[in-house]
Design a binder for this molecule. Structure first.
Ligand SMILES: [Zn+2]
Length: 540
């Protein structure tokens, strides 16, 4: 059964999870899990919580096994604080379950939790992540965990003893009188500012008081308005769902953390086993412009998908082991990332790639359900970015330039969705002072001041335009003009003198075309400006 295809980290975990699932629950669907809290915008960094089990679950499915990926929404957690930008009056909801807090003003959603879940759910669908969302509010309020809650309450001394092993010196001496792993939400004010004052195992009668002044006695066997505390809730769900794989962030792995304590409680109390759970490293974000996030100051997966295609975002996660941290670029690095991605694509199509490289590519472009949306005729991202920058999004001009690059391209749709991502990147991430503004009229003053050699270089350029009107051709042309002037052959090796002449020539062209010393790569710029306008601006 275990057909090991040990090509990359995903395959190695899939091997391990399949064999562990066969030992724990033979014949049953294999369960991988993620957990997210919709307490606010879901940070792009938290996508790793979902992508790690997704990739493993997808590999398990590719091998023909039945596998479910549960995405547990911790929407029955308490609302902890009012984020910046939200009306301070939301403070009255602190302590209520996230599903009982009203959504931010203007939201079409019924609750705070739904408001923040929705864009994440949409992004996951675009990323090809097939997972089953579970609302913990629904689970708890439907009494799904009733037996587990009663069990945890019966075993409260044992749970307290496990927790005590990790209590720090400061708290160790203090008696934890009347420890209860269950926290009711107040019947009157809906908040969790409650204290359990008594519990009877036989009758399951539970008495609590609330800071609001309310108090009552309920029968826990019938009570569905409360939850197990986090360190007990997590292992309870491992056992209840039979989770075999669930990664977690570095912060969960310190002594006394939920992962460590849960690993003991799951066996000692709930009769289950801790999942295989790699610790994943931090994912950072570079250069995100403040203005661009539509959901506050936090970059979300939806923000990333506005500027890069789903396979590229998937690739970032697939190619790095969970223990390796990396950064997602919103700045100019995204152009280099796309160059790397395109070069990998060419390599995959034409020559043998390393097995791990190929595996990461395959995981990026398709899932066990099929291929993800791709751009039919992909033009390099940096070229697209330059074009939409220069044409300021004018479709006719953009199409004209793209046709110069790719004669077989018939409509802009064939360059999409990549074209739209590059457009969005230029619009939201590139500051106005870095945008390219092609001159409307020639710089007559500069042109009049040119010496004969400079005029000659411009004539050589203009004379070669038609013959070299392609990205490669114009590259040859702009590097070649200074060679011709120096009496060198077209394939002459670069000398310091030649390089210096080339730099001077490029600077002159940037001055004449965009009024700056630098700009987008010259061949792209020339194509984008168009031959007629180039002739007009260089004054020859
Ligand atoms: Zn209350």
């Amino acid at each position: 059964m275990a057909d090991t295809t040990e090509t990359d980290w995903v395959s190695r975990f899939a091997d391990e999870v399949i064999s562990e699932a066969e030992r724990r629950a033979p014949g049953k669907p294999i369960v991988c899990a993620s957990g997210l809290s919709p307490s606010g915008p879901i940070h792009l960094g938290n996508l790793r919580e979902v992508m790690t089990p997704h990739l493993v679950a997808d590999e398990i499915r590719r091998r023909g096994h039945d596998c479910v990926h549960l995405l547990s929404w911790d929407d029955y957690d308490r609302f902890r604080r009012v984020p910046a930008g939200i009306d301070p009056s939301w403070a009255e909801h602190i302590g209520k379950p996230l599903t009982s807090v009203p959504a931010p003003p203007g939201s079409p959603y019924a609750s705070w939790a739904e408001h923040f879940k929705a864009p994440m759910t949409e992004a996951l669908a675009e990323l090809g992540v097939a997972c089953t969302g579970i609302s913990q509010t629904e689970q708890y309020t439907a009494g799904t965990y009733r037996e587990q809650i009663l069990l945890a309450m019966r075993e409260r001394e044992r749970i307290n003893a496990v927790l005590a092993r990790y209590r720090t010196k400061e708290t160790a001496g203090k008696e934890v009188a009347g420890y209860y792993p269950y926290k009711p939400y107040c019947e009157l004010c809906e908040r969790d500012l409650t204290t359990v004052t008594a519990y009877d195992d036989d009758s399951t009668e539970l008495a609590y008081t609330c800071e609001c002044g309310f108090g009552e006695t309920v029968r826990l066997a019938e009570h569905d308005r409360g939850k197990l505390v986090w360190k007990v809730d997590w292992p309870m769900r491992w056992a209840y769902e039979g989770v075999v794989f669930e990664p977690s962030g570095v912060d969960h792995h310190s002594p006394g953390s939920a992962w460590i304590v849960g690993g003991q409680l799951v066996g000692e109390v709930f009769g289950g086993e801790r999942p295989i759970g790699p610790m994943y490293a931090f994912v950072g974000i570079t250069g995100m412009a403040k203005m661009s996030s539509s959901k506050g100051d936090v970059p979300t997966p939806a923000d990333a998908l506005e500027i890069m295609e789903a396979p590229v975002l998937r690739w970032l996660y697939a190619r790095r082991k969970p223990s390796q941290s990396f950064k997602i670029a919103f700045d100019h690095e995204i152009q280099r990332l796309y160059d790397e991605w395109d070069s990998l694509g060419r390599k995959v199509a034409t020559e043998a790639t390393q097995p791990a490289e190929l595996a990461a590519y395959e995981r990026a472009v398709r899932t066990s359900e099929g291929p993800l949306a791709a751009t039919p005729r992909p033009v390099p991202y940096r070229t697209l970015a330059s074009i939409v920058d220069i044409t300021t999004g004018d479709d006719d001009q953009t199409l004209r330039i793209l046709r110069d690059l790719d004669g077989e391209l018939t409509s802009l749709d064939e360059a999409r969705p990549r074209l739209d991502r590059a457009q969005r990147w230029i619009d939201t991430q590139v500051p106005a002072d870095q945008r390219t503004r092609v001159r409307e009229s020639p710089d007559t003053e500069l042109l009049a001041a040119l010496d004969e050699a400079a005029r000659d270089s411009l004539r050589l350029l203009v004379d070669g335009l038609d013959e070299h009107w392609s990205l490669d051709g114009l590259t040859t042309l702009v590097y070649g003009v200074p060679k011709v002037q120096a009496g060198l052959a077209a394939d002459a090796k670069a000398t310091p003198e030649l390089k210096s002449a080339q730099r001077a020539f490029f600077a002159l062209l940037y001055r004449l075309l965009v009024g700056q010393d630098t700009g987008p790569r010259l061949p792209t710029l020339l194509l984008a400006v168009g031959a007629d306008r180039v002739r007009k601006l260089v004054g020859v």
